[in-house]
Design a protein around this ligand. Structure first.
Ligand code: HAM
Length: 350
């Protein structure tokens, strides 16, 4: 927007800015190949709905300076690892290749001619896209347009030999890492800079805006923005969408393995603070009672918070350097040496 002689732009995404920073800071000369990442707010003037906000956040990565297909594999594997690290389950990886600039142009003109006689069945936006950018029609979420797209025979032989070889190598690399994917010829992505490999990570729990993250190659962008002719590939995850699917599962998992510490006596209470910190360092979810409850009341609380294990520490037990661990599922209990309690619980909850 504009205010008197000042003009402001709210960034819609990070890739172009990162490429500009790469060029302005002469990373092509000092570093050549660069792996960069960013986190931050992005802004888009879209109609808000579930998972589609006007201000949202990206976690993004850009690897600039190489055309190697193995780099595509590494970047895709990183996106998958991030989702797995956030305990996101049931996501799918959609993959496609748009080919080089001339492949894209050939594909675009084929598409324009096969859609020409179906123009009136398309939404008004797609009727315009047919002139300006027919590839985006493949991405349209309108039911009518989707139906028209489904009738098209989109073949994967639009790629020239080099792009075909690149795409084959990317798929082989993903196979070697046992990363499951589906080749979706309709996947074109909304941004125009893409060439070659494109991908999207989708989650069925998100509804119509089901992309958790997406990315691909943009081999011409660095040069278009005034830099050298180098290839690049990257992706961005949408943080708000990630939270929609990551949080419930993480909470659930934590609950399923929660350790509840009950300490009876002053020394035992002092020790329980140390134990909680050791358990948390070992990534074991744990909690304790600060209300000075009796053993019976504290056990009831442990039950209420659905603890998987309860660790009972009394002053006497502390003298003997043991604690009692109760398995809340089987209702059995055993004494465990203080020196091995963290390893014991790690094994039980892992
Ligand atoms: P994008 O697909 O436009 O790609 O955005 C990436 C992710 O950001 C989407 O998959 C989605 O999770 C999230 N997202 C996008 N728009 C919204 C919105 N309005 N509200 C909430 N979340 C949203 C890019 O922006 C490229 N720069 C990715 C990239 C990096 N390609 C190469 N390098």
């Amino acid at each position: 927007f504009q205010k008197e002689d000042e003009a402001y732009a709210l960034r819609p995404e990070g890739t172009a800015s990162v490429v500009r920073a790469y060029i302005e800071n002469a990373l092509d000369k000092t570093q050549g190949f660069a792996k960069l990442f960013y986190l931050g707010p992005m802004f888009r003037r879209e109609r808000p709905q579930k998972g589609r906000l006007r201000q949202f956040h990206h976690i993004g990565c850009e690897a600039i300076g190489s055309l190697e297909p193995d780099l595509d594999v590494e970047v895709i594997a990183l996106a998958v690892a991030l989702l797995e690290g956030c305990s996101v389950q049931d996501f799918s990886l959609k993959l496609n290749s748009l080919g080089c600039q001339s492949d894209k142009q050939r594909f675009t003109s084929n598409l324009r001619s096969s859609l020409e006689d179906k123009k009136l069945q398309l939404c008004p936006d797609c009727q315009n896209r047919l002139e300006q950018n027919p590839l985006r029609i493949l991405d349209c979420k309108q039911e009518n347009c989707k139906r028209v797209v489904d009738t098209l025979a989109i073949k994967d032989n639009i790629l020239c030999a080099d792009c075909q070889a690149h795409f084959t190598r990317v798929r082989k690399g993903l196979d070697a890492l046992h990363i499951a994917y589906q080749v979706v010829p309709q996947l074109v992505r909304g941004l125009d800079y893409y060439t070659g490999t494109v991908f999207e990570l989708a989650h069925p729990g998100l509804g119509s805006q089901d992309a958790l993250g997406a990315g691909g190659r943009y081999n011409n962008l660095v040069q278009e923005l005034g830099g050298p002719a180098v290839g690049a590939v990257g992706f961005a995850l949408g943080v708000e969408r990630l939270l929609l699917v990551a949080r419930p599962q993480t909470a659930l998992e934590n609950l399923q393995s929660l350790v509840y510490v009950i300490s009876l006596g002053d020394e035992a209470k002092e020790f329980s603070v140390v134990l909680l910190s050791q358990l948390r360092k070992a990534a074991i979810a744990c909690d304790t009672d600060y209300e000075k409850k009796s053993l019976k009341a504290a056990m009831r609380k442990a039950n209420d918070v659905q603890a998987r294990f309860v660790v009972i520490i009394g002053d006497d037990e502390l003298q003997k350097k043991v604690v009692t661990v109760k398995d809340m599922r089987s209702s059995t209990q055993e004494e465990v040496a203080l020196s091995s309690i963290v390893d014991y619980l790690k094994q039980k909850t892992g």
